[in-house]
Ligand binder design. Structure first.
Ligand code: NAD
Length: 497
């Protein structure tokens, strides 16, 4: 059985693991690997390696840091098909989607390559006679990242390239469900010239995460995952004196106004609801049809759903792969049953989808519920599977009230041909990322990514300017050079003249 080890101090950590977890191929349902779980003593080793590397890395010039990042960028680009294949083998998503997600991660590395520009401070000459003031941003020290299963390469890349570019060292705890891509990328970073100990990867579950949260040697924690865990991470991490950003779950709505281009809306809804089998934090989970839209839009959506090819992620013809694990599959199936029991109308039942030769795989075809109401569990809870719920809203105002009443606020989209309506929506909607005729409005790396309300604990979104700020501390220096005159003691509050 393939063994997946930690990556500490620039090499695999081969020592016997006290415990291990299984890794499955979701397309076959078979276990393909075992991953070592880090107990607190392994976390100590990773923190020790990161601490040893921290001083020299922080003092490494921006020119050299930039060069290592450029080399890493090239290696990730050259290896993106291999990284994609690793993702598909453990996550299940189709290969083109897996490679596409690596490309989005690559954009964050490219952003981090601009670190000399991004870390520029401000300078004011002569704030008083012979006195200058300037601001600088300095690294925090050892930072950690804890990431979810759904983007095994991209979400970690939201964190460590920026943290490292800013002069920090890093410990990544990827999802134990699909851990291989992270170790592969850490190896590439070492090959790119990153000194040993600057990036470390430890695997595990709650025990490992809690050891990270409590470790006094770690200054900051970035988390992406479900809302209950995000809340736990934020409360425990800040309680232990760390800087924490914790991005949580989502329930993203797509509002379609009566004047929208309904073919565009149908293509977008199907792509955004069923891409990656709905296991995206920016997936559309709720379609809010305004006025008479539902009766015109739903036939177009059904027509597209029945043509979707569900199959193993590695097969070139597949458009939608399996769910990540047997447990998650059972959980999503449970929601489909609950939706039926609660009285929603199941107009497409993905439970009937069969993938010949892959009877033990974790497959579920696209499910479409109509006439869903806000009290139903399928509306309230994040399902994180290929289940789209249609809520019929009589008016724009009712659609807006629905969206703003939801406890999640990660992404939202509006489809309309009325610029004024779109502009009003963008202003009134209480959600972190807004798409106008764009179903999955994931910001580019030079903007920041993150939601509001229960989709984010902490003040900082990831990457972009907020990412640079999260991984650095500001300092302001006031200097007097030269000061040949001594004006004597003055016990008053310093005044700038
Ligand atoms: P998860 O919360 O179960 O796990 C995330 C990470 O936390 C993993 O590394 C896991 O090992 C660890 N973990 C799990 N339970 C823990 C516990 N009790 N204590 C401490 N650590 C724990 O999430 P997941 O199932 O891997 O990923 C899916 C979730 O992630 C969805 O809710 C999705 O919306 C969310 N997500 C959010 C974003 C975003 O940007 N807001 C992006 C991607 C995924």
């Amino acid at each position: 059985m393939r063994q997946i080890t930690h990556w500490i101090d620039g090499k695999p950590w081969e020592e016997r693991a006290a415990s291990k977890g299984p890794v499955y191929d979701p397309a076959t349902g078979e276990q393909t690997a075992e991953v070592a779980f880090a107990d607190p003593s392994v976390v100590d080793e990773a923190v020790a390696a990161a601490t040893r590397a921290a001083e020299a890395w922080r003092d490494t010039s921006l020119a050299v840091r930039g060069r290592v990042l450029f080399a890493f960028r090239d290696l990730v680009d050259r290896n993106k098909k291999e990284i994609g294949a690793l993702i598909t083998s453990e996550h299940g998503k189709v290969l083109s989607d897996a490679v596409g997600s690596v490309t989005r991660g690559l954009e964050v590395i490219e952003f981090a390559c601009g670190v000399p520009q991004l870390l520029k401070g401000e300078f004011s000459e002569n704030v008083s006679s012979d006195v200058d003031s300037y601001s600088i941003r300095q690294p925090l020290g050892v930072c950690a990242g804890i990431t979810p299963f759904n983007f095994p390469a991209m979400v970690p890349m939201w964190m460590y390239p920026i943290a490292i570019a800013c002069g920090n060292t890093f410990i990544l705890k990827p999802s134990e469900k699909d851990p291989s891509a992270s170790v592969f990328c850490a190896r590439l970073f070492t090959e790119a010239g990153l000194p040993d100990g600057v990036l470390n990867v430890v695997h595990g579950d709650k025990v490992t995460v809690d050891a990270i949260l409590e470790h006094p040697g770690i200054a900051a924690v970035s988390f992406v995952g479900s809302t209950p865990v995000a809340k736990h991470i934020y409360e425990t991490g800040t309680g232990a004196g760390k800087r924490v950003q914790a991005l949580g779950g989502a329930k993203n709505h797509m509002v379609v106004l009566p004047d929208a281009d309904l073919d565009l809306a149908a293509d977008s809804a199907v792509s955004a609801a069923y891409g990656s089998a709905g296991e995206r934090c920016m997936a559309i989970a709720v379609l809010v049809t305004v006025g008479d839209v539902a009766d015109r839009l739903l036939p177009k959506i059904r027509e597209r759903i029945v043509r979707l090819k569900v199959g193993p992620g590695a097969a070139p013809a597949s458009e939608m792969g399996p769910l990540v694990t047997r447990d998650h599959h059972a959980r999503v199936m449970g929601y489909v049953e609950k939706g039926v029991a609660e009285g929603a109308e199941l107009v497409e039942d993905g439970r009937k989808t069969k993938v010949p030769g892959h009877e033990k795989g974790f497959f579920l075809g696209p499910c479409l519920f109509d006439r869903v109401t806000p009290e139903m569990a399928i509306y309230r809870d994040e399902i994180f599977g290929p289940v789209l719920s249609v809520v019929r809203a009589p008016s724009y105002d009712q659609a807006l009230t629905l969206v703003n009443g939801n406890r999640y606020a990660n992404g939202v989209a509006i489809f309309t041909n009325d610029g004024g309506a779109a502009r009003r929506f963008q202003n009134e909607v209480q959600v972190g990322m807004v798409g106008i005729n764009v179903p999955i409005p994931v910001p580019m790396a030079y903007y920041s990514f993150g939601g509001w309300k229960s989709s984010l604990f902490g003040d900082s979104h990831v990457h972009g300017r907020e990412g640079i700020h999260f991984y650095t501390r500001g300092k302001v220096v006031t200097s007097r050079w030269p000061d040949p005159q001594h004006r004597g003691v003055n016990l008053g509050f310093p005044q700038m003249k």
